[in-house]
Design a protein around this ligand. Structure first.
Ligand code: C5P
Ligand code: C5P
Length: 450
């Protein structure tokens, strides 16, 4: 989609049908994903449904199963699946219940029974150009123009799914442009250093992950001293000289760490500020993410509904989550990862940390030429989180396909996006799975070369 472009007619007509379904219902059953994008998707929907004078019952889940679909359908007037559902159209259709799917994962097929709203069906990439929350926002503003005040929630999903790192595209960009016209969103320049309190922000920084500064308050303090900045300072207190000094010192450290220019460019991407809440998209995303990844997704949803106690609670959870992430990263930096020909992997006990540890390892700690995989063993099986880079995608890598195919071959299941995907495999089959994925990615790369 070009800037200022109209939204595709096919998408708008499905949204109109979804709007009519909502108007006919008095209560909606919502099932959404538990990560930042999933919680913000549910947040946009729940707020819109409440404003329309209807009731909702929302559940946030780690993954969709046939059982969850069937149970949700029992006695429901209208089902809405957000940030999931496009891979479960068979199960959703089988319930016979009226259902809307607002997803952005590449679907295996389309549906004429379910109101299937997914950017891929109109040729828009859901990995880079439309988060699930953006799809929910599109629906919400079509239901009621007054719902533009929910844009900050939608942008937490866009930011949480790392869809702002190369500039906004597609539906995300359309929402920004329309939101700007209405004065609800402002773009602010990005920087290598965090917004807000600098000492705490540098300690908590994973994007960038600065060795000797991230996860190390003493290191962060020293960096500030070196830049001539007071340890208590906030980003907005910096004068031009201090800001430039701090940026140069961080850039130098990252270059020494072997971080390429492409990553630095991603880090300094534009940020999005919401005057109505006084928060940036990344700030709300990190709160929702901490809630979801620590099994407190309900608190995240309450936060999107404006609950002040939830905001306080989420800030506490985020502080604990940051400590855990930093401990995990420090361990990976110390112990390293196991390298195979096309992938690198590590074992991680805490499932809630797998995605972030895998992503940061991919970008800042491991070998950027090998896709990164985190393995976490649980009662239900070994949960796998994988992350890549845009450079790997250019070489032909598709992690969603690799996870799906590798997991299917060992009796598990998987999927996701080309750059970030996951799987669950039976306990004891993980080595076989890793060898399969290593081979699949090798084939993906050589296919691209020919
Ligand atoms: O289920 P969902 O699509 O919302 O999850 C995508 C996951 O992939 C998020 O955890 C997001 O942070 C991650 N991601 C990433 N790098 C990207 C895009 C997404 O790590 N470039
Ligand atoms: O759990 P994680 O954040 O690593 O998931 C990355 C992406 O892979 C998400 O979009 C998630 O929805 C997807 N995924 C999937 N099937 C799985 C596990 C994860 O589609 N079994």
């Amino acid at each position: 989609m070009e800037p200022g472009a109209q939204l595709p007619e096919k998408l708008l007509s499905r949204i109109s049908i979804a709007k009519e379904e909502l108007e006919r219902s008095s209560e909606v059953r919502i099932i959404s994903h538990y990560d930042a994008d999933g919680i913000s998707s549910a947040g946009v929907l729940c707020n819109a449904i409440l404003k329309a004078g209807k009731r909702f019952h929302a559940t946030l889940v780690k993954g969709l199963t046939e059982q969850i679909v069937q149970e949700a359908a029992e006695g429901s007037e209208l089902l809405i699946f957000s940030d999931m559902g496009s891979s479960h159209l068979d199960a959703i259709e089988a319930t016979g219940c009226k259902a809307i799917v607002l997803d952005h994962h590449a679907p295996l097929r389309d549906s004429d029974k379910v109101v299937h709203i997914n950017p891929h069906i109109v040729g828009i990439d859901g990995m880079t150009s439309a988060s699930a929350s953006a799809m929910c926002m599109l629906f919400a503003v079509n239901v009621d123009e007054g719902n533009w005040d929910l844009l900050h929630i939608a942008f937490a999903g866009i930011s949480g799914d790392r869809q702002a790192i190369r500039g906004l595209l597609g539906i995300n960009k359309w929402l920004f442009e329309e939101g700007s016209k209405r004065g609800v969103i402002e773009a602010v320049p990005g920087s290598l250093y965090p917004s807000g309190k600098l000492l705490e922000g540098l300690y908590a920084s994973t994007d960038p992950y600065i060795k000797g500064v991230s996860g190390d308050r003493e290191g962060a303090r020293k960096l500030l001293v070196e830049a001539g900045i007071d340890a208590e300072a906030s980003a907005r207190d910096l004068d031009e000289v201090q800001a430039r000094k701090l940026s140069s010192l961080i850039a130098l450290k990252l270059v020494e760490q072997g971080v390429p220019a492409a990553t630095l460019e991603e880090v300094v991407h534009e940020r999005y500020f919401f005057p109505q809440t006084g928060m940036e998209a990344g700030d709300l995303a990190s709160l929702l993410n901490a809630c979801g990844r620590s099994n407190n997704e309900g608190m995240g949803l309450a936060l999107t509904l404006g609950d002040q106690d939830a905001l306080d609670g989420a800030r506490k959870l985020r502080a604990e989550y940051v400590d855990e992430v930093m401990t995990g990263l420090e361990r990976i930096a110390r112990e390293g990862v196991t390298a195979m020909e096309n992938i690198q992997y590590f074992v991680n006990e805490n499932l809630g940390l797998s995605g972030i540890l895998s992503g940061v390892t991919m970008q800042y700690l491991g070998d950027r030429n090998k896709a990164t995989i985190a393995l976490s063993t649980h009662d239900e099986g070994v949960k796998v989180s994988s992350r890549g880079t845009f450079q790997l995608l250019e070489q032909g890598v598709d992690l969603a396909a690799a996870m799906r195919e590798g997991a299917n071959k060992v009796g598990g299941f998987g999927g996701g996006h080309r750059i970030a995907a996951g799987a669950t495999v039976p306990i004891g089959r993980e080595e076989e799975f890793l060898a399969l994925v290593d081979g699949i990615i090798g084939k993906q790369k050589s296919k691209k070369e020919t």
